[in-house]
Structure formats: structure tokens, C-alpha cells
Design a protein around this ligand. Structure first.
Ligand code: ADP
Ligand code: GLC
Length: 479
């Protein structure tokens, strides 16, 4: 697995959770899995027992590049780390400087990631271990697929997973020579995207198989509405594109064992959840009201996530006894709007602008509902965390949200409240339905229990990836 983030070492979103959990599930099923990650400080400092495998020398502007091999802390999972101090060892995020600007050399930083992946696959980075599959995640790792296809013919097949088509890794075309690829690829049938150079296209064009993180999003990205300008490319790959729904890491997100929450609980012992709600209201200075419907949000605060819809619906919701607790970071205008909402409604709205894993667990455990009103959502993990914790999801019927949350109108399966139009009114109407059901505790508990019983493990998706890997390998190796 080639990726730019992994929980708990470096995380900006769900990608990190997937890269931490899927390989472990695959290893449990007998696959010989390794990660390849950039050597950011947090990774170099945490990887255990690292030793140098090969000296790569000068590459993409970095004078000294080495490949290290160690283990992910707390697991037996082997991890290759690219030690390139000039490109990776700096304070700041994986993609952005502390001031929020993209790193100016992201092209070199992530071309190197793809380059090393391609060499591992081509059997000349670590002769002791050659993968059958190179599985690249998002644009950061996508160049691996182009380097394999163009330079380094391998017996390995490549799989590219799109976690979010909206982030594409676009760079100025004048940087093309830095990649060392043939100039015939500087065209729309190669990596060119409206005059720029697109890393995302390297994955979409050259991977043997393309997956995305839910079946519905797989269909959506082939349409003009969700295709971010790449729907034609995606349609062009036909049956090579499929959707495999993410699971959740049940070791990390489990209310019966979660060390971050004040009282543990499960579907049979929901009293612990009531205690978590009381504790959360106290922690956040919300009115200590057991009857109020406490809606929580743990999210990037962006238009993708529909956070403006939630803000616009608030005036209708608050008079009806809804409390809102938000934790997130993102668009400065949305951050400011949420801060203002909290100031205007003390005791009813609480907002924490920031990133905090432990508090995210307390919010998910203590809330009655979790809102994910996204405009688009490749998979979405927090609604699944909500399901596991009896925190009923309020979601838009889109992408992975549609695939993971059946509406309560479905009497047998219903585990959440789903709305369709991306409007504050539709969101408010769904919450009205929730308020009505919440007044009936026994019905509410049965919705919670149906959610808590939903299968969310990584085992079935890990098996689906295995089947896909075998298919891609058969095709590549002929028969
Ligand atoms: P995305 O990757 O699009 O942001 P996901 O739902 O797939 O959305 O994953 C988001 C992940 O990031 C979840 O693990 C969620 O708990 C976490 N997260 C998002 N914002 C915060 C925050 N402010 N504090 C802690 N965790 C957060
Ligand atoms: C992306 C998507 C999110 C998905 C996550 C993990 O960040 O926005 O929907 O859950 O990747 O696949």
C-alpha cells in the first residue's frame, strides 16, 4: 500500500484510518502486506526498528534518499519509509506548510513516493521482497501507476483507489520535465488536464484496476455532476472501475473497549451511553438536559461536508430542543460562522475549532445523533463510527452515506435519517422526523440497536480487494 498518511502517525482524514486498518485485515487473511510512506518527522520518529534497505541517492531534488524498513508501532505490519530529509523532514502538515499553503514542491515530494513504489514493484529496491500488487491511494501515490506502466515493466499489477476525486494533485505543465516521462504523455490522453499536469490521471489512466470507497460513489464519479472533470476518463476505463465499501477499525472504534470515553457500553448496556452524554454536556458547558437531542459533528468544515446547510438549518432546529456540538477545522468562513453560532447560543451550541482524536471519541460516544450532510461523500467514516456507538446518523443520500445508512422508513434495517436535496429545509425536515422518534424512547433504542448491529468490519472489504487483486494479476500475467 502506497499512501501519504496513516493513523495514528499522520492523519488529515479518513484516508489515514483506511491505510491503518485495511492492511492489517489483509494480513489477518494471510496476505503478505507492507506499507510505503514518506518519511515525515512523525513517521521517522515512530516507526520501530527501522534499518536502511537501499541507498537511492539523489532524486527529485533531494540529494540523499534512502529506503528504510521497520514496523508500524503496535502492530507487526512492515513499513517502508522513504528517508529524504530535504523533501519530507519539516514541520507542518503532509501537504501544507504551517501557514496553510500547499508545499511548493509537492510535485517532487509525491513523484518520489510513486517512483520508489515503482522500483519496489520492479524488484530493484528490495530484492528480499517483491510485491504482486502495488496498491496506490489517492493522487499522492498515483504516479506509481504511471512509472510502472512507462519505465519499469513489472510482474506486479497496480490498483489505484480514489478516496476523493476532488483533490487531484494538479501542477503547472512547465514542471513536466521533472517527472522524466515521455513527452507524448503531455496530452489529454496522458496526464494533461486542462493545461495542467494531473497526478490523479496517472492513477486513472495507468492502474490495472481502479477502485473507490463505496459502490454508489463508483457510479457517481462516472457522471458529469460528481466527476470533477474526470468522468470521461473514468467512463473510459469501463469495468476496470469498481466500488468497495470501507470498513471501520473495530479495535479503535468500539464503545465496549474505548479507553477515551468516560463509560463503556454496548447495545445491551446503553446506560453507559447516557453517562457519556451527561459527561459530554458537562465538558462542553451544554445544558445538562437528558431529553435534549444532542447532535454532534466531527468533520472537516468544508462545503463538501455540507456544513453550510447545517448552519442555515440551525435557527429552525434550536427552538425545538436540539443541542449541537461541533469539532472540526477547515474553511475559515465556516469556522467563523460556527464560532458565532456558539456565541449566540450558549448552553445549546458548542464549537471546538481544532483537531483532537480523544475528544472525537467522546463526541461520537456522547451524542444522540451525528450529522454528515455532505454534498458528496466518497465513503465517510464518521457515520459508521456513529452507528457503532448508537449515535444515530443524519446523512444526505449520496456516495458512501447512501450505502451505509438505511433510513428509518425501512422498518427492518432503518438505522438513521436520510435526506436528499442539498438544502437546509431538507436537512431540517429529516431532523424533525428524528425529534418525533426521539420522544419515543423504546423506538429510539431499537433504531440505535439496529445501527449498532450493522456489520462494519474490514473483513468483507479485505476479501473483496483480494478477489480484485487476483483478477488484476491474472490479467497482467496472462491467464
Ligand atoms: P474525510 O476523510 O473526507 O475528512 P471521513 O469521514 O472519511 O472524511 O474521515 C474523517 C476522519 O477524520 C474520521 O476519522 C474523523 O473522526 C476524523 N476527524 C475529522 N475532523 C476531526 C477533528 N477535528 N478532530 C478529530 N478527528 C477528526
Ligand atoms: C476521503 C473521503 C471520505 C472517505 C475517506 C476514506 O477522505 O472524503 O469520504 O471516507 O477518504 O476512504
Amino acid at each position: 500500500h502506497v499512501a501519504a498518511e496513516v493513523f495514528p502517525l499522520v492523519k488529515t482524514g479518513g484516508l489515514a484510518d483506511v491505510v491503518a486498518a485495511l492492511p492489517v485485515a489483509q494480513a489477518e487473511q494471510g496476505a503478505d502486506v507492507r506499507l510505503l510512506l514518506p518519511g515525515y518527522p512523525a513517521i521517522i520518529e515512530s516507526v520501530q526498528g527501522a534499518r536502511a534497505v537501499i541507498d537511492i541517492g539523489a532524486c527529485f531534488g533531494a540529494l540523499r534518499v534512502r529506503l528504510l524498513l521497520g514496523r508500524m508501532p503496535g502492530t507487526a505490519l512492515p513499513v517502508y519509509v522513504i528517508d529524504a530529509p530535504y523533501l519530507y523532514r519539516r514541520a507542518g502538515g503532509p501537504y501544507q506548510a504551517p501557514d496553510g499553503e500547499e508545499w511548493p514542491d509537492n510535485l517532487q515530494r509525491f513523484a518520489l513516493l510513486g517512483w520508489v513504489a515503482a522500483h519496489l514493484a520492479a524488484d530493484d529496491a528490495d530484492p528480499a521482497w517483491v510485491p504482486d500488487i502495488v496498491h496506490a491511494h489517492d493522487w499522492h501515490a498515483a504516479m506509481a501507476c504511471a512509472f510502472v506502466a512507462e519505465h519499469l515493466p513489472t510482474r506486479a499489477a497496480s490498483v489505484f483507489t480514489v478516496h476523493n476525486l476532488a483533490f487531484q494533485g494538479l501542477f503547472p505543465m512547465h514542471d513536466w520535465p521533472l517527472l522524466g516521462l515521455a513527452s507524448r504523455l503531455m496530452s489529454p490522453s496522458g496526464l494533461e488536464y486542462h493545461g495542467q499536469l494531473s497526478f490523479m490521471k496517472a492513477g486513472l489512466k495507468f492502474a490495472d484496476r481502479i477502485t473507490t470507497v463505496s459502490p454508489t460513489y463508483a457510479q457517481e464519479i462516472a457522471t458529469h455532476e460528481f466527476g470533477c472533470g474526470l468522468d470521461g476518463v473514468i467512463r473510459g476505463r469501463g469495468a476496470a472501475v469498481s466500488g468497495i465499501l470501507n470498513g471501520i477499525d473495530e479495535a479503535v472504534w468500539n464503545p465496549a473497549t474505548d479507553p477515551a470515553i468516560p463509560q463503556r457500553f454496548d447495545a445491551e448496556r446503553l446506560a453507559g451511553k447516557a453517562a457519556c452524554k451527561r459527561a459530554l454536556q458537562a465538558e462542553l458547558d451544554l445544558q445538562p438536559d437528558a431529553e435534549a437531542l444532542l447532535l454532534v459533528v466531527v468533520s472537516r468544515l468544508t462545503a463538501q461536508k455540507g456544513m453550510d446547510l447545517l448552519l442555515a438549518a440551525l435557527p429552525e432546529l434550536l427552538p425545538q430542543g436540539v443541542q449541537l456540538a461541533v469539532q472540526g477545522t477547515g474553511d475559515p468562513a465556516l469556522e467563523a460562522a460556527f464560532r458565532m453560532a456558539a456565541q449566540a447560543h450558549p448552553g445549546r451550541v458548542q464549537v471546538h475549532i481544532g483537531y483532537d482524536e480523544a475528544r472525537a471519541h467522546r463526541l461520537v460516544a456522547g451524542g444522540d445523533m451525528i450529522a454528515v450532510p455532505s454534498r458528496f461523500e466518497p465513503c465517510g467514516l464518521t457515520q459508521m463510527y456513529g452507528l457503532r456507538y448508537g449515535t444515530v446518523p443524519l446523512v444526505r443520500r449520496v456516495g458512501g452515506l447512501a450505502d451505509t445508512v438505511p433510513d428509518v422508513a425501512d422498518r427492518a434495517e432503518g438505522a438513521g435519517f436520510v435526506f436528499e436535496p442539498a438544502t437546509p429545509q431538507a436537512l431540517a425536515q429529516a431532523l424533525q422526523r428524528a425529534l418525533a422518534l426521539h420522544r419515543n424512547p423504546s423506538e429510539w433504542v431499537s433504531v440505535q440497536r439496529r445501527g449498532m448491529a450493522r456489520p462494519l468490519s474490514w473483513r468483507p472489504p479485505a476479501e473483496a480487494y483480494r478477489a480484485l487483486y487476483l483478477e488484476a494479476l491474472r490479467e497482467r500475467r496472462g491467464g
